[in-house]
Every structure is written in C-alpha cells, then in structure tokens.
Write a protein that binds this ligand. Structure first.
Ligand code: HEM
Length: 418
C-alpha cells in the first residue's frame, strides 16, 4: 500500500482505513473486483467450499471441547455429545455430514476447472494450490474419521496406515512411527486428534494463497476467453455476492434434508459399534469420498504398486497444466475433449461404485479397466487431443459469442493466454 494512499472514507471508518486499509482491501477484492459477466452457477462452488470450511472449523472447535481423545473414552464421549450436550447432536451431525458435503462441493469445483480448462496457463499455480488443498482435506478427513473410535474408525485406520509398510526397506519402521506403537492404539488416536485440529488451519492458509493466485489473473469463465475490458466484466458486488448467497441458500436446503432426515445416510453402521481390535468387520470400506482412490489402490495385485498408483492418481493433477497441450481453454469449443471429459466423470463414479463392492467376481476387472481409463485420460488422451483435435470457432470476446450472429465470427488467437 503506497504511503500516499488517500482513503475515500470519512469519520471513524476513514480514520481506521487510513491506518489499517482493510476496507480498501475488501473494496478492491470483494466489492469493485472486476469479474467476468458470464460466470454460470458452476462458479458458485469455490465460495461455497470456503463457507463450509468455516462451518467445519466452527463446529469442530466446539466438538473438541467435549471430546476425549483416549481409546477408553473416545466412543463414549461422542455418545455423550449426542445425548447430553446441548445441541451436541446437531453440532456433530453438521460436522459429520459437512465433511461429506465439503467433498461433494470441492469435487464439483474441480470438475468445473477440468471442463473449462481453468488449470491452464496462467492459472497453473492456482490449480496446484487446489491440489495441495485436496491432499490436506483428505488427510484431515481420514484422521477425523478415526476419532469416534468405532469399528470402521479403527479398522479403516489400520488398513490405511498399513499401506505405508509397502515402502521399500523402511516400510515397517515408517508404519510403527505413524502408529506410535506396534498397532493402531492410544498414541495413534491422540496424534490423529492433534493433527486433525491442526490441518484445517493449514487448509485456511492454502485457501488464502489460492485466492491470491486467483486474483492475480481473475476468474476464468465459460468461454475460456480472457475479458477484454469493461464491457466483459461486472463488479463482484452486488452481482456475484447475491448469486453466491442464492447458491448458499440452495445448498443449505439440501444439506438440511440430510442433516434432519438422513444424518447417517452417508456413514457406515459399523461405526456405531465401539472399536474392537479382536473383531475384524466382514467388509472394511472407507468413507464414500475415498472410494474411487480405494479402487485404484486395489487395482494392482501388488501392495507397493497399488499405493504408488493411488497417490499417483492425485499427484498427476499437479502435472495436468502441462499434459493438456490444447491451445483452446474451454471444453465448450472442444468437441472431442468434451466426450472424453464426460467419460471421465462416469469413470470416477464407476471407480467409486467398485470401491464399495467386495473384491471378487467381476468387480476387480471393472476396477482395473476404470483405473486404466483414469490414467489414460491424463497421460494419453489429453496430450494427443492437444495435437489432433480441431476446435470449434470461438468468439472474439465474452460480449460477442459466435452464435449470437456476431458480424465477425472467427477463431480467436490459438494461445491459451487469449
Ligand atoms: C477448501 C477448498 C477450496 C476452496 C475454499 C476454494 C476456493 C475457491 C474460490 C472462492 C474460487 C473462486 C470462485 C470459483 O471459481 O468457484 C476458486 C477458484 C478456483 N479453484 Fe478453488 N477452492 C478449493 C479447492 C480447490 C481444489 C481442490 C482445486 C483443484 C484441484 C481448485 C481449483 C480452482 C481453480 C482452477 C479455480 C479458478 C477457476 C476459474 O476461475 O475458472 N480449488 N477456488
């Protein structure tokens, strides 16, 4: 902020803004912030994810006041929250279902980015920060699920931490180090609780950087063409504040339906049975949002191979901006890409479905085919499409869409930095 900054505000606000220009900052980044005028509801999910993050932290902090991270008391303390703490049931159900909805919202947010090429130059770092957020969310959710110390908590933690024993040479050491003992036990629960409290704040930090990167070049939009001046943009407020609020309203209605009518729909009944290291549940499944990755893990019969493939399926997203070589950003003008994209959406749903099935009969084969398509999409199809696909004509600017009968429908410059 330059020393010659003159606040436009008067009175107390002016006095404060002169010394701490937060009002100016909010004006620049929320009020007058120039935003493409053609953003659809697909652009609602980023702000929605931010709101859910706040809800998760707020409910989590209060839950932690009543939760006891000890193997002898954890399960009971959750029951106490549900029965004895004022509105404890509500807090817990918001936090529990909030995790599921957080993933739904962030997955939609990501697929929006995949379809409209929002990961392309110059937004590679914005995208990469998103992938870091996703990894942090996964770690947080995994450790959070251990805390109620039910059967699925215990056995899920056992299965996932055991994966690290596949690490060559140091595998067993690493696993014991994670456990803090010779099996999942009290030290594991306590460190998971500590990290489950810490990581959301790292997510907040990563989200802030995500927004700094976003505001460097501004939002992408459905045409993938950068706004050319004022005729293509509107101020963020009131246009998008009101649109985001409307989206929040719709979200809250859907969320409430689950919260009040089917709060355990997305959970697993076995987690209402206290953890018992001597009784393995017949069917150990992770939470639904991990199921596609679980299928990829099981797609190779080799333990290390499965673990590498599973981590690879997320890490590959970092390389995406360089794997997709097409000069056209938005899927709207990419006829062949579009079909492969929707096949990827279907593929991830199939991966999720197979993850919930026992690894017998036809399921492992379907899982392997779906895993192969997942990797082929990023490593083969996108690079090839960049070379061979003939894109459709694109408008010169957001304000002049080709199909509106514009006088000069022509292909815009063949560079992603349009
Ligand atoms: C806590 C989770 C997250 C929060 C709070 C968040 C927040 C936001 C917000 C507020 C926006 C601007 C509004 C919008 O475009 O929807 C945005 C844009 C974006 N986010 Fe995220 N995000 C999160 C996770 C992710 C993840 C996991 C990815 C991808 C791996 C990602 C990739 C992007 C991209 C590429 C954009 C620019 C989209 C465009 O302009 O078309 N974000 N994010």
């Amino acid at each position: 902020m330059a020393a010659d900054y003159q606040t436009p505000y008067k009175g107390v606000l002016g006095w404060l803004d002169d010394r701490l220009p937060v009002i100016n900052f909010a004006d620049q980044h929320l009020r007058f912030y120039p935003t493409p005028k053609n953003l659809t509801y697909a652009w609602n999910f980023g702000s929605l994810a931010g709101i859910i993050l706040v809800i998760m932290i707020a409910t989590g902090v209060v839950l932690a006041m009543h939760y006891t991270p000890h193997v002898d008391h954890a399960f009971g303390s959750i029951q106490k929250i549900m029965r004895d703490v004022n509105y404890g049931w509500l807090l817990r159900y918001i936090h529990m279902n909030g995790a599921s909805f957080f993933f739904i919202v962030v997955y939609i947010h990501m697929f929006r980015g995949l379809y409209y090429g929002s990961y392309k130059q110059p937004r590679e770092v914005l995208w990469g920060l998103g992938v870091i957020i996703l990894l942090l969310m996964m770690a947080t959710a995994f450790m959070g699920y251990t805390l109620p110390w039910g059967q699925m908590s215990f056995w899920g933690a056992t299965v996932i931490t055991n994966m690290f024993s596949a690490v060559p040479i140091f595998g067993d050491e690493v696993t014991r180090w994670l456990w803090g003992g010779f099996a999942v036990g009290n030290p594991t629960l306590q460190r998971f609780f500590s990290l489950h409290y810490l990581l959301p704040f790292l997510i907040v930090g990563a989200v802030l950087l995500h927004l700094v990167a976003l505001h460097r070049y501004g939002s992408n939009n459905p045409t993938g063409i950068e706004p050319k001046g004022q005729q293509d943009q509107v101020p963020f407020h009131p246009y998008y504040t009101i649109k985001d609020l409307f989206g929040l309203g719709v979200f809250l209605i859907v969320f409430s339906v689950f919260l009040f009518y089917a709060p355990n729909y997305m959970g697993h009944a076995d987690n209402y049975v206290p953890a018992d290291p001597l009784v393995t549940p017949p069917h150990i499944v992770p939470e639904w949002y991990f199921l596609p990755f679980y299928t990829i893990l099981r797609a190779v019969p080799d333990k290390l191979g499965g673990v590498v493939l599973m981590f690879g399926s997320v890490l590959i997203l970092f390389a995406l901006p360089w794997l997709d070589r097409s000069p056209v950003r938005s899927g709207r003008y990419r006829p062949i890409f579009k079909q492969f994209f929707w096949l990827l959406v279907l593929d991830v749903i199939v991966l999720g479905y197979v993850g919930a099935m026992p690894p017998s009969g036809i399921w492992p084969t379907i899982g392997q085919v779906a895993t192969a398509y997942y990797f082929a999409y990023f490593l083969v199809i996108l690079p090839l499409l960049g070379v061979f696909e003939r894109p459709k004509p694109r408008p010169h600017s957001i304000s002049k869409p080709v199909l509106s009968g514009s006088a000069q429908p022509a292909i815009a410059p063949a560079s992603p930095a349009e």
